[in-house]
Structure formats: C-alpha cells, structure tokens
Ligand binder design. Structure first.
Ligand code: AMP
Ligand code: MG
Length: 309
C-alpha cells in the first residue's frame, strides 16, 4: 500500500497532489506534505496520531525560497548564510503574502524554516516546487526514523510513499533558533552548537523555550496561539454577542466543515479562529467536535484556548 521508491520525480508529483511522503534529511526521515495545502498538513497529524497541533518546520531548497515565506532580519540572514544548507531551523515572522497554511504554524504569525543539508532532500524540494512541512516520520511517541525500514515499521499503510535515500547521517534533530527579537534565542539544541551560533552572530545567544508545557520565563517564547476572545465549547447555538464556529450540522458564523470532515476542520481551525477573533466578539462559541482521530488534536487546541488565562 505504501510505495518505496528512489524516483524523486514520482515522489515530487505525489507531494504536489497533496499526498504524504517520507524523505531523508541529514537529521532524520521527515514526513512531508505540501505546506500550502491545509488538508495535506492535517493528514500529517492524522498519520502520526499526534494528540496536539505543534508548529511544524517548513523545508525549502534555497534561501530565495525561504525569503518568500519569512522575513529575515540581520540575525536570521547571518545564521542562514553561515549554516544553510544544514541542520539549523530558523524561526522568523511570516511574510505578508506567505502561502503556507495556518495549520503549519498552529496559528502563530511566525514560521520555522530550514534548508536541509541533504542534497537528495534539496533535489526533492526543488522538484516539488512547494514548501514542505515535515515532522519526523514516525507515529507519535515512537522514536525518530533514520532508515526507510523504520518509517515503514511505523507508518506503512498510513502514507503514500517513502523516498528511499538510504540511512540518515546525523540522526539528531536540527537546532532551532528564534530570530523574532533583536537577540537570537536557542529554542532547541541540536546538530549545530550554541558556540557555533554565537561565533556566527558575534554575540551571545539566549536560551528560550518552544515547549508550551514548560514554565514560560520572561523572554521565553510562548509558542502557542490563543485567541483574544473567550472560548465556549460544546455550544449548540450562539448566545447574544457571540461569534459561532460551527461543525457539521451545527452551523455558525463560520463552519469548520459543513460535511463533518475532521481533516477539513483541522485545515480550517486556525484561520477561522483568527477570522472570528478579528470580528471583536468577546466570546467564540464552538460546536461539539467528535473525539476520534484528528478530533483529539482539534479538541486539545480548543480546550487550551478555552482555559482561563
Ligand atoms: P519536530 O516536529 O519534532 O521537528 O519539532 C518541531 C519543533 O519546531 C517544535 O519544537 C516546535 O515547537 C518548533 N517550532 C516550529 N515552528 C515554530 C515557531 N513558529 N515558533 C517556535 N517554535 C516553532
Ligand atoms: Mg519526532
């Protein structure tokens, strides 16, 4: 059911059609989807069985492609120049016309971008011609795959195919640096060390956190989007002054998926929360979402949004 191939053109075509494909980078095998296609990105979460939406890293073949997605300030440019292509992920603000689905950044205005050092990976990205969102190609909670066999053991039958590019070299995740502020912040240690980053920037690099579950100390990044409005869950109808986010037959100001399709709902979730938040309503009422499959991750996000702040 899941294809294993060495044909880059075939896999690039599948990516463009919205299929899920695993491919090697120098770190681990990634589970890739067209980052501009919300349903394809939702399918990543479905295949992995991820219980929550954490922002994903977007892979592109060149700095030029990266600059269409993100706004590179002086720090970001220095780091890209020093370490790309390579095992460094840089978090920057999205461009005004960034074509990437809101689901990729889980509603944030920033985006994590990487130009991988693996030449085959860059060939695939070049051939696909779309930015590719990719977490590690394994079921949630399992270890990261460094060989095609590992990917199949975890995801066989759940994804379209695997581009067989042999074993990965590094086996360690990419270093993640945020360049949203004037200071660069190390969000996740990885293949490239803090000392290397500091040498390239000519100044110290602070430690931040991209983990929303960790206590957020001053200066650390809160990496999860929350609407300004209050959120009321399991609503069957809007009350006075509420904006209503519907699902299925429970309709609203907007509807996550009139047909009750959870993949469509996941693809629409953040964009619709943003749009309803922008109406200035004090509360967003949300229709009940079934708990199975992608519904778990959707409900996780909604529960966080509804929690007292
Ligand atoms: P993984 O999917 O395991 O490669 O992990 C991706 C990592 O990138 C997670 O730790 C995310 O929190 C982090 N990340 C992705 N996008 C952003 C962003 N816009 N801001 C901060 N962290 C991000
Ligand atoms: Mg992983």
């Amino acid at each position: 059911m899941t294809i294993v191939t060495t044909d880059i053109g075939l896999v690039a075509g599948a990516l463009k059609r919205g299929e899920l494909v695993a491919f090697a980078t120098e770190t681990v095998y990634g589970l890739g989807a067209d980052a501009t296609d919300g349903r394809a990105v939702a399918a990543i979460y479905e295949a992995k069985g991820r219980p929550s939406f954490n922002p994903l890293i977007v892979h592109v073949p060149t700095m030029e492609a990266a600059m269409r997605l993100g706004q590179f300030n002086a720090n970001a440019r220095k780091l890209a120049q020093a370490f790309w292509p390579g095992a460094l992920t840089i978090v920057v603000e999205k461009t005004q016309d960034c074509p990437v689905s809101e689901l990729v950044s889980a509603g944030l205005s920033s985006i994590a971008i990487r130009v991988p050092g693996h030449e085959g990976a860059r060939k695939l990205l070049e051939a696909a011609g779309v930015p590719v969102a990719a977490p590690s190609a394994n079921r949630s909670g399992q270890i990261s795959p460094t060989r095609p066999e590992h990917v199949l053991a975890s995801l066989e039958g759940r994804i379209w195919g695997v581009l067989d590019m042999g074993p990965c070299e590094v086996g360690v995740e990419s270093t993640i640096v945020s360049c949203l502020d004037d200071d660069a912040e190390l969000l996740r240690p990885g293949g490239i060390s803090r000392e290397q980053l500091e040498a390239a920037l000519g100044k110290p690099v602070r430690t931040g956190s991209s983990d929303a579950h960790a206590p957020v100390a001053p200066g650390q990044l809160e990496s999860h989007y929350a609407p300004k409005a209050g959120v009321r869950l399991n609503a069957t109808a809007a009350r006075e002054g509420e904006a209503m986010l519907g699902f299925g037959t429970v309709d609203g100001t907007m509807n996550l998926s009139p047909s009750g399709d959870l993949k469509e709902a996941a693809a629409n979730l953040f964009a619709m929360l943003h749009a309803l938040d922008a109406t200035g309503a004090a509360t967003i009422a949300v229709a009940p979402i079934p708990a199975e499959g992608l519904g778990a991750a959707i409900n996780d996000r909604l529960n966080r949004a509804a929690a007292p702040r």
